[in-house]
Design a binder for this molecule. Sequence first.
Ligand code: CP
Length: 302
Amino acid sequence: MNKTSLISITDYSKDELLELIKLADYFEHNPEPELLKNKVIASLFFEPSTRTRLSFETAIQRLGGRIIGFTDASTSSVQKGESLRDTITNVSLYADLIVMRHPLEGAARFANEVSHVPIINAGDGANQHPTQCMLDIFSIMKTQGTLENLKIALVGDLKYGRTTHSLVQAMSNFNATFYLVSPEELKLPPALIQHIKNAGLKYYETSVLEEAIPKVDVLYMTRVQRERFADPLEYEKVKNSYVLKNYMLADSKENLKVVHPLPRVNEISIDVDSNPKAYYFQQALNGVYMREALLAHVLGIK
Ligand code: CP
């Protein structure tokens, strides 16, 4: 594997995670508008996105880089039947780095095998979303002052929610205790439960959100991932499993923050938005600083 690429959050050690948080904090306070001068970054989104694509594009613009790419593969030669192998081989001759989101699990790793330049995985199916994970842990560090020994509830679609998979792996470096809140159909996959066990960490599985809220420092809400369900009726059964309302936070810890990778559908009521414990929009802003850090790091500039 190309060593500079970011395919899975497990590509980074605990020390590297902490270094990248420091670098994101640096970019938040020290704009560097010339850093990516003369660099061309390809942004290839085979799946819809608002935050990941636009925060990467904002980060590239703020660092003085240039962007090529597509936001919809139907406007590319994929529409004519071109393979992912040929698309990546060709784009990697134009760009210094490729940011790619793709609906298939493993697509980023495959792209990395054929690319001449580093790949940043911006989400591959239900597998991994490592750059979201990086901004999540940056947000947790900013709000809790530490990543060590925290209690984290992961709520909603833990089966298909790639952000929860990456977060479990990252926070396993920091002695986290996990409260896994999901309906039976959307439990965290066995491989990730094994990851928690191998790290010797405590975890609790429940389907009752109210049980977890008073206990945790971080409430990580997620959307049920409609696009991953083969059967729409199965989605209908679980789509409204959890709706967080403001009154439900009454007995939460003083330091609790509610986070969400977004987009939300209806799993957080808008009456939570004005609660000082709601942090999801600031979390999305943190994505710009963290993605500046990741671009600089993967390109070997910082
Ligand atoms: N969190 C996230 O990946 O959002 P988008 O799908 O809008 O990029």
